[in-house]
Design a binder for this molecule. Sequence first.
Ligand SMILES: Nc1ncnc2c1ncn2[C@@H]1O[C@H](COP(=O)(O)OP(=O)(O)OP(=O)(O)O)[C@@H](O)[C@H]1O
Ligand SMILES: [Mg+2]
Length: 603
Amino acid sequence: MRDSVIPAGSDAHYSAGALIRRLLAEQGLVHWKKYAVAFVLMAIAAGCTALSAYLIGDVINQAYVNHNLAGIITLGFITAALFAGKGVATYGHTVLLSYIGNRIVADNQRRVFDKLLNEGLGFFADRHSSEFIARLTAGAAAATQMINLLITSVGRDLLSLIGLVTVMVVQDPLMSFFSFVVAPPAFLVLRKLIRRIYSIARSQFDGGARIMETMQETLQGIRIVKAFTLEETMRERFDRNVAAVERDANKMARVSARASPLMETLGGCAIAIAITYGGYRVIETGATPGQFFSFITAFLLAYEPAKRLARLNIQLNSGLVGVRVLFEILDSPPTEAVDDQKPALQIAAPSLEFSDVHFSYRSDEAVLHGMSFAAEAGKMTALVGPSGGGKSTVLNLILRFYDIERGKIAIGGQDISQVSRRSLRRHIAYVGQDVFLFRGTVRDNIAFGKPDATDDEIAAAAKAAYAHDFILGFPRGYDTPVGEHGLQLSGGQRQRISIARALIKNAPIILLDEATAALDSESELQVREAMEHLCQGRTTLVIAHRLHTVAHADRIHVIEDGAVVESGRHDELLRKGGRYASFYRLQLKEQELRPPLAAVASS
Ligand SMILES: Nc1ncnc2c1ncn2[C@@H]1O[C@H](COP(=O)(O)OP(=O)(O)OP(=O)(O)O)[C@@H](O)[C@H]1O
Ligand SMILES: [Mg+2]
């Protein structure tokens, strides 16, 4: 078995009682008025039940003792009215509780989602996205179930029980006493079951999350799964998880049903005692049969709510797993708290400067050691270098996806850690190494760069990114859906749309990570021209693998092993004969080996 998907959040380790108190205080209390109404309705229903049990005694006496037909008919009408009343009250509280419950689910889902939006990238790198889905669904629903379970247990079952026990005691106190002697052993045994229930429920949740994880990965990586014929591997993984959850579910069924034989047997004993004693009273001491029947009716009616109450603890303990899972995520401190109170970034001259920046993703593995370079305002600066050198990391740090350990990153002379993240990101247009499109149309996706963009602006951005023509080539034009993650488009099309999305933002700083990597040589040339045109007057930081795409850059920094090893213009660096020159020669050689057509187009 793998470790639990849930980190052991320290503040979330409440006892069951504390968890319930917190749940009621934080999520139930705001709805107290509606709960009060539901409670009154449940009390009415419970009262109707108890009264009808009481009236049975009268019915029996009228029939067998007084032989009074008119009285029986009246009692019949009253009983019908009582049941109708109970029905209406039950309808009322059921609907009301569902309304409140649905609201609590919705609120919790919003809360978890908001929480996720305030987490940094590092938080997500450590976890699987399906864990959040499991928490969002199971946790939010569990909160509602628990609150409603408590309310109905107290409101419906406890009140009914009190009413019915009152009837029993009124009818025959001594007989009541005999029927209650079975209660203490019942509760003692139930308590032992509860600990087991909790651990099974936790393991069930973990297994459920893992089923979702496999499902999601298989769907997202379906191409790879099929191309590498991983169907069997995935099926085995899935089977294993499903089987584990099935086993847990069966165990849960066995353990929680273990209460039933016990309760039934004890209930049977109680009723046997009551019948024997009651019969003895009627036969030997001449008590009225009405009293006896009323008692038995109340007892039988009380039996169900009593059983439910006894099982309440079992249900609470399995449901509380979900609540705990919810609180764990809500309680963890946000890794990227909103910092809008910080001053906004001022962008008079958006120059960009790294001074002696140290950074690592994991504490034991430095990625940048003493990175220093400058990108002049309004100029194009290129970062080149071998894979894994830290180029994309530089962009991650400028966007403050991660916080640096030492050194300073400044834009226009302002330390970016001292301005609000939002104002910083608003001034930056970013095209990442992995293109991501959202579900929706081509138009929607471009407009994410500028939510109030007009159709003309969208078309202009698409033209500049050389996307306009292929978009119009689709039968539905700008209304073409891109599919999940943009999978209904080609890689190059996706990339151009993401460039258009960045262009329309019209930001003073542009960050491009391999923005032209997925394009053929001809489109690359076009996009490059569009870029040049657009980057004019803006501070542009571009990462490129193909060096000829940055030959015209105002300054090129060669990044190796987390530091800048060489800087200069293309021709300067070539003359110098250092790392850049050797990279360039290597790529030229590769290009000569390429088919002639491509070489002509890209030269
Ligand atoms: N989220 C992450 N968590 C841990 N390590 C990471 C993470 N992202 C990158 N790294 C590591 O940081 C180093 C620098 O990665 P980076 O993505 O900056 O390289 P790069 O220069 O952009 O490479 P490429 O040219 O292949 O895109 C690599 O060793 C990589 O393994
Ligand atoms: Mg990279």
